[in-house]
Design a protein around this ligand. Structure first.
Ligand code: NOJ
Ligand code: CA
Length: 700
C-alpha cells in the first residue's frame, strides 16, 4: 500500500507518512532515505567501537559512507548522562514536499522536500528519561535535532556537553576559521587537511579526495549555545557548545528543541551555494506583513573613519556632523541610494571606547553637532532614510537597558534599519548577572543567542531591521524574522583599511562556501580608491582589481549592499560606478555557473523586479580564463550586456584599475569567455535590448 502523500503548492502543510505505537520494541537499526534516494541516514545502537546501547547515526550517499557511526546524546550538570541504555519507544515518519516564498532573498521560491524519521528513545534504567532524535533527509543534505519532551525526571536542564559527533568516513581538505578566539569570526580562512582542524566555527566546509563537497553548520540557533566543532580523532569531531561564563553550556527547561545540526552535501562547490537546507530547517515567518523590510543599497559616513581621515569621537575630525551627513545624503539622492548609514553620531565614542567597555555610550543622545531631526527630514525630502547605528562595545546589559528608548528615537525619525556592533576588548561580552556581578561571555553562547533575538524582536515591533556586526553566526533565522536583514560575522571590507594583513585575494573565493552558507553578509564592497591614498601612512590597500570590487555585489549576497567608499572616490570614476548604481539586491533566482572553493566562482542572479540578470565572477591571486554559457537567459529575448572587466594590464598588485567597459548583444545561445586578471573579476548586467540597442550594438 502506498500511503505516501505529497503535498505540492504554497502551503506549509505536511503529510504524515506513518506514525503511532505500532513499532517493534527492538534496537534494530532504523533508516530513512532522501526523496531522490541520494542520501540515507541510519540510527543504530552501540556500533563500531562505541559503547553498547549508545544511539549513533550514520550518513551514506548513494550507499557510500559519508559519516560513520557517530554518537548522539547529552551530559548534564546534575543528572546522569542521557545516551547509554536507551531503547526505541516511538517511531514517526513523514514526507514533506512544498514550496514557500521568501519576502526577499537570493531566490524567491524555495522547495522544501524531505523525508523525516523521528525516533523517541527511552532509558531502560530507573529514570526512564526520554529524548526524541529527528532526522530530516533531503537530497542535498540532512538536518538532525533533539527534542526533549516535558517529563517527570527531566525538568530544569543544565547541559554540560552535547555528545553529537561527526565522524567522517574519509580525509578531506577543509576551509575553516578558529573558534573561541578574541576576534570572533574575523579570521582569514585556513585551508588544511581535515585532520589539522582543531576548534572551528561552523560552517566548516570540506572537499573529499573524490570531490564530494560537505559543509557542517546548524540551523535555527534559538535560545541555545552555538555549536563549535572540536576534533576528537582521525576525521572525527564533536559538537562543542560555547559555554556561559560559569561553564554551563545551555540552560533550558523541558520541553525544548535544539538547533538543527546540518550537513550540506553536494557534488560541486556551487551545489552548496544553491542548497537551501538551512533556510528550509528554520520556522516560517513569524512577523506577518514584512513589507516594511526594505532591501536596497546604501552609502555611509563610515569608510572615512576606517581610513582615519574622520573620527567616530567628537572633535575636529568628527565625521557625523550635520554638514557632512548632508553631503552624503545629497550624494545618495543624486545616485539613487536609499540609505545613509551614520556611525559616531551618539555620545560615548570619546576615549578608548572598546577597552573601556563602552560604558559611556548613550544610545538615544546625539553629539551636539549632529542634528538627527533635521537630517531625517532633509533625507526624507530627498527619498533617503538614515540608517541607524548602535555600537555597544560588547556592553550588552547597558545596551539592553537603553534599547527601547534607542529604538523609539529612531522609529520616530523614520529610520528603518539599524546596524549594531559588538566590538569588545578580547571579544568579551559584558553581562551583569542577577546579583549585580559583571560577567564576561562569549559572542556565540546562549546569552548572546538570546540577546540578538531580543533586539531583532524589539526592532520588529517598530518596523526596524537589524544588521549586527560582530554578531552571533547566521543560522537562517532571517526566514522566521525577516527583519534580521544581514550581519557581518567574517572579515569584511574594514580589514582592507587597517587589517594586518588585510583580506587576501582568495578571501572572496572562500566566503561564498563557508560564512555565506549561513546567510547574507554585510561585507560592504565597493572601495574605488584601492590604494587607500587617504590613509596617513598608506600601509594598507585593497587586494583586488576594480572589476573584482564590482563583482562582489553579485557574488557576496546581501539584501542590503553598501557602496562603502567616499563620494569623491566614486565621482572620480563614474563609469564603473554605474554598475553599482544599476545592480539590484533582491533576486528571483541564483545560478552558480562554476566554482572551486578558494580559487574562483561565477554566479548569475535574476532581478526580482524586472527582467535583468547580473553576473559576477572573481578569482583569487591567479589569473584565469573561464567560459560560461548564458543558457540561463530567456531564450526568446536578446539582451544588452554591459561588461565591466579587467583590462589587458590589470593585476591586483601592479595595475588594479585597468578596466574595460563594453556593451554588446547576447542571447541564451552565447558563450562568454571571462578573462579574470590575477586578483581580478568581472561584472555584467544583462538587460532586454531595446530597438535602439539592436541597431547600435554588435553581437558578442
Ligand atoms: C566594527 C564594524 O564591523 C564596523 O563596521 C564599525 O564601523 C565599527 N565596528 C565601529 O562600530
Ligand atoms: Ca567587524
Amino acid at each position: 500500500m502506498n500511503r505516501r502523500t505529497i503535498l505540492m503548492g504554497m502551503t506549509a502543510a505536511s503529510a504524515l507518512l506513518a506514525a503511532g505505537p505500532a513499532f517493534a520494541q527492538t534496537n534494530g537499526p532504523l533508516e530513512v532515505s532522501s526523496p531522490g534516494g541520494v542520501l540515507s541516514v541510519r540510527l543504530s545502537f552501540g556500533e563500531a567501537n562505541i559503547q553498547k546501547g549508545i544511539p549513533t547515526y550514520e550518513v551514506r550517499r548513494f550507499g557510500r559512507p559519508v559519516v560513520s557511526p557517530s554518537k548522539l546524546g547529552f551530559r548534564f550538570a546534575d543528572a546522569p548522562l542521557l545516551a547509554p541504555d536507551m531503547e526505541v519507544t516511538g517511531v514517526e515518519r513523514r514526507s514533506v514536499d512544498n514550496t514557500w516564498e521568501q519576502p526577499w532573498g537570493e531566490k524567491r521560491f524555495i522547495r522544501n522536500h524531505f523525508n523525516e524519521l523521528a525516533v523517541t528513545l527511552t532509558e531502560t534504567t530507573a529514570l526512564k528519561r526520554r529524548m526524541k532524535v529527528v532526522f530530516r533527509v533531503y537530497d542535498d543534505g540532512i538536518g538532525l535535532r533533539y527534542e526533549l519532551p516535558d517529563q517527570a525526571n527531566l525538568k530544569d536542564v543544565l547541559i554540560t556537553e552535547e555528545l553529537t559527533e561527526f565522524r567522517f568516513a574519509e580525509d578531506a581538505t577543509a576551509w575553516w576559521i578558529p573558534a573561541r578566539q578574541p576576534n570572533r569570526y574575523e579570521y582569514n580562512y585556513n585551508t588544511t587537511p581535515l585532520n589539522d582542524v582543531f576548534m572551528a566555527h561552523t560552517p566548516v566546509t570540506m572537499r573529499t579526495e573524490d570531490g564530494l563537497h560537505i559543509s557542517i553548520h546548524e540551523a535555527a540557533l534559538v535560545d541555545y549555545a552555538a555549536m563549535v566543532l572540536r576534533r576528537t580523532g582521525k576525521h572525527a569531531f564533536q559538537a562543542d557548545l560555547t559555554p556561559w561564563s560559569d561553564g554551563i553550556r545551555v540552560r533550558a527547561k523541558t520541553p525544548f528543541v535544539t538547533p538543527w545540526r546540518t550537513l550540506q552535501i553536494a557534488d560541486t562547490a556551487g551545489g552548496l551555494i544553491t542548497s537551501y537546507l538551512i533556510l528550509n530547517l528554520n520556522e516560517p515567518n513569524a512577523l506577518g506583513d514584512v513589507s516594511w523590510v526594505e532591501p536596497g543599497k546604501y552609502v555611509g559616513v563610515w569608510w572615512e573613519m576606517h581610513l582615519g581621515t574622520g573620527s567616530w569621537g567628537s572633535g575636529p575630525k568628527h565625521s557625523a556632523n550635520t554638514a557632512n551627513v548632508k553631503r552624503y545624503i545629497d550624494f545618495a539622492a543624486k545616485h539613487g541610494f536609499k540609505g545613509v548609514l551614520v556611525e559616531g553620531w551618539n555620545v560615548g565614542w570619546d576615549g578608548d571606547w572598546y577597552r573601556d567597555g563602552g560604558d559611556a555610550f548613550l544610545f538615544a543622545q546625539a553629539y551636539p553637532d549632529f542634528d538627527l531631526p533635521e537630517l531625517a527630514r532633509y533625507g526624507q525630502a530627498r527619498g533617503v532614510r538614515l540608517i541607524g547605528h548602535h555600537e555597544t562595545a560588547g556592553n550588552v546589559t547597558r545596551y539592553e537597558s537603553q534599547l527601547a528608548a534607542a529604538l523609539d528615537l529612531y522609529e520616530k525619525h523614520g529610520v528603518r534599519a539599524v546596524k549594531t556592533g559588538y566590538v569588545a576588548d578580547a571579544g568579551q561580552i559584558q553581562r551583569v548577572d542577577e546579583k549585580g556581578v559583571v560577567r564576561r561571555e562569549y559572542h556565540d553562547g546562549q546569552f548572546m543567542a538570546r540577546h540578538h533575538l531580543h533586539v531583532v524582536k524589539e526592532a520588529a515591533k517598530r518596523k526596524i531591521s537589524i544588521n549586527p556586526h560582530e554578531p552571533i553566526k547566521d543560522t537562517g533565522l532571517r526566514r522566521t524574522y525577516p527583519n534580521w536583514i544581514a550581519r557581518e560575522g567574517a572579515r569584511g571590507q574594514e580589514y582592507n583599511a587597517w587589517g594586518n594583513p588585510g583580506n587576501p585575494p582568495e578571501h572572496a573565493a572562500i566566503l561564498p562556501f563557508t560564512r555565506m552558507l549561513g546567510g547574507p553578509m554585510d561585507y560592504t564592497p565597493g572601495v574605488f580608491d584601492l590604494l587607500n591614498t587617504k590613509r596617513e601612512n598608506r600601509d594598507t590597500r585593497v587586494e583586488t582589481t576594480l572589476a573584482k570590487e564590482l563583482a562582489l555585489y553579485v557574488i557576496l549576497y546581501s539584501p542590503i549592499q553598501m557602496a562603502c567608499d567616499l563620494p569623491e572616490h566614486y565621482e572620480a570614476r563614474m563609469a564603473p560606478f554605474q554598475f553599482i548604481k544599476d545592480v539590484v539586491t533582491d533576486w528571483e533566482d541564483t545560478i552558480v555557473l562554476n566554482a572551486e572553493i578558494g580559487d574562483y566562482v561565477t554566479i548569475a542572479r535574476k532581478a526580482r523586479k524586472n527582467a535583468d540578470w547580473f553576473l559576477g565572477a572573481l578569482t583569487d591571486e591567479t589569473g584565469r580564463m573561464l567560459s560560461v554559457d548564458l543558457g540561463f537567459l530567456d531564450a526568446n529575448q536578446t539582451y544588452k550586456a554591459q561588461i565591466y572587466r579587467d583590462g589587458p594590464k590589470a593585476d591586483f598588485t601592479s595595475d588594479p584599475y585597468d578596466m574595460e567597459i563594453l556593451e554588446g548583444l547576447v542571447t541564451s545561445q552565447t558563450r562568454l569567455a571571462l578573462r579574470l586578471a590575477a586578483g581580478g573579476g568581472q561584472a555584467i548586467r544583462f538587460t532586454p535590448a531595446s530597438a535602439a540597442d539592436r541597431r547600435k550594438l554588435k553581437s558578442i
